[in-house]
Design a protein. Structure first.
Length: 120
């Protein structure tokens, strides 16, 4: 079962949803890493073999965070960021995609689906 690290901008309801699905979920608050740099978050997620989940668009920058150079990133790109829409999109991702394949990849989660960039 894959593990997640939630950035500080991720609402607790998303963590609750993933935990209810049986996933191991940590957030930066629980790890005492609130305010950590992006590089620190990537390092923590990789060290703990967790998929980083964030709203921050810069995590989708494949120049700064090239696929294959991190454990995995899910960037939520849903506006407005309504919890119901985000949970629905996560549900579609969990049904239609094997999360083991996220390792080293970038997933951009959108209201109507998701896009995946894999490392070379």
């Amino acid at each position: 079962m894959e593990k997640f690290l939630l950035d500080e901008n991720i609402p607790p309801a998303i963590g609750d949803f993933l935990r209810e699905k049986g996933f191991d979920v940590e957030d930066v608050w629980g790890l005492g890493k609130s305010g950590a740099t992006d590089e620190d978050l990537i390092a923590i997620a990789s060290e703990q073999e967790r998929i980083l989940v964030s709203f921050d668009k810069h995590f989708a920058d494949i120049i700064s965070y090239p696929p294959g150079n991190h454990y995995g990133i899910i960037r939520i790109r849903i506006h407005p960021p309504l919890i119901a829409h985000i949970l629905e999109a996560f549900e579609k991702l969990l049904i239609g995609f094997d999360l083991k394949a996220v390792k080293g990849s970038l997933v951009v989660l959108e209201k109507k689906g998701y896009r995946i960039r894999r490392g070379s």
